[in-house]
Design a protein around this ligand. Structure first.
Ligand SMILES: [Zn+2]
Length: 368
């Protein structure tokens, strides 16, 4: 069961609360990515301490490893992973599409070869729903056809229409409301296709709506244009999720358009590359200029890493290939994202989101 409540609006921005069987999350929220059932570099206690109560995982990856049978025998995905709060799973449509030559789309579903051992598999919309229900996830995404960028109008139209047909099949395959089901809006960068997709999906009784097919290589202004067009048209009383986005500045832009939920690998992936997000922008801890810099990565941050360690030490760990470099960088980046969302929520509550956005961006530079 999923319950969504809007507590306050500020322009199109929404301050809400999402409640499920395994807890609740304040929105707008960011979901740390735990593709294989773990957020790389941090244990669950840390994830929880940083204020996260909803994480993202992935059907494609969990299906290949450890497999549905293992998840079921363990007593479900929460028992297996040890994460007791909310879990959302992406269907894996996006991952399958990034396999390129290893996959083939048919009306029935998607045939693909495992990126691990080349074995053959077939995903249907019905199977993805079954997987999500039997694994016991809180929010499942439907299988969609993720339109790549660039795509011709004809291609985008065809794949949007198929996504709508698959969404309908997903609903028909549903056997329980214990796992909420979100639809995904496709249509590439074509406004009429996006709006038609919204219109058709809005008629169906989904628990939430996502915008997919963005952050797939299109220019930033195209992503913003489509988000600003689509988000306000989605059902007002349902959560809205912008998939795979994004950078702090993208999140601010999308919140302004009325998006409630986000996920992105960058805070965790970049932590592993030595990139830290700070109140003045990104810094690269590898840089030689930090060799004797004994100040914390972000003087404005109160995370465990910034309270206890200097840039010089973090650089030393990173260049020496120490595992703790990943752990400490990840703690900082996830804390930064958590705080950003908290400040966004507070500014909406106080009716000053636009002002907050402007101030944040004034201090924040994309590169150092
Ligand atoms: Zn920090």
């Amino acid at each position: 069961m999923l319950n969504f409540e809007i507590l306050k609006t500020d322009g199109l921005a929404r301050r809400g609360r999402l409640k499920g069987t395994h807890g609740e999350t304040e929105t707008p929220c960011f979901m740390p990515v735990g593709t294989l059932g773990a957020v790389k570099g941090v244990t669950w206690d840390k994830v929880e301490e940083m204020g996260y109560s909803l994480v993202l995982s992935n059907v494609y990856h969990l299906y290949l490893r450890p497999g549905l049978e293992v998840l079921k025998e363990a007593g479900g995905i929460h028992r297996f992973t040890g994460w007791k709060k909310l879990i959302l799973t992406d269907s894996g449509g996006f991952q399958v599409f990034s396999l390129g030559k290893l996959m083939e789309i048919k009306e029935e579903g998607i045939a693909f070869k495992s990126h691990i051992d080349g074995s053959k598999h077939f995903f249907t919309p019905e199977f993805v729903v079954k997987f999500e229900e039997e694994a016991g996830v809180d929010i499942g995404m439907v299988l969609d056809e993720c339109t790549p960028y660039p795509a011709t109008y004809e291609y985008a139209k065809h794949s949007m229409e198929r996504t709508v047909r698959w969404a309908l099949r997903s609903l028909e395959a549903r056997t329980t409301d214990a796992t909420a089901l979100f639809a995904i809006v496709q249509g590439g960068i074509y406004e009429d296709l996006r709006l038609r997709c919204v219109e058709e999906l809005s008629r169906l009784p989904f628990d939430g709506y996502a915008i997919g097919g963005l952050s797939v290589g299109e220019p930033k202004d195209e992503m913003y244009r489509i988000t600003r067009l689509v988000a306000p048209q989605l059902p007002h009383d349902k959560p809205r999720y912008l998939m795979g986005v994004g950078k702090p500045e993208d999140i601010l832009e999308a919140v302004e358009a009325g998006i409630d939920m986000f996920d992105c690998v960058i805070p965790t992936r970049n932590a592993r590359n030595g990139t830290l997000y700070t109140s003045t922008g990104r810094i690269n801890i590898k840089s030689a200029k930090y060799k004797k810099d004994f100040s914390p990565p972000d003087p404005e941050c109160d995370c465990f890493t910034c309270r206890n360690y200097s840039k010089a030490y973090l650089r030393h760990l990173y260049v020496s290939g120490e595992v703790n470099a990943v752990i400490l960088n990840t703690i900082h980046n996830l804390h930064f994202y958590g705080k950003l969302m908290e400040r966004i929520r507070k500014s909406i509550e106080e009716g000053r989101f636009a002002q907050f956005k402007e101030e944040f961006l004034k201090n924040y530079a994309e590169t150092e």
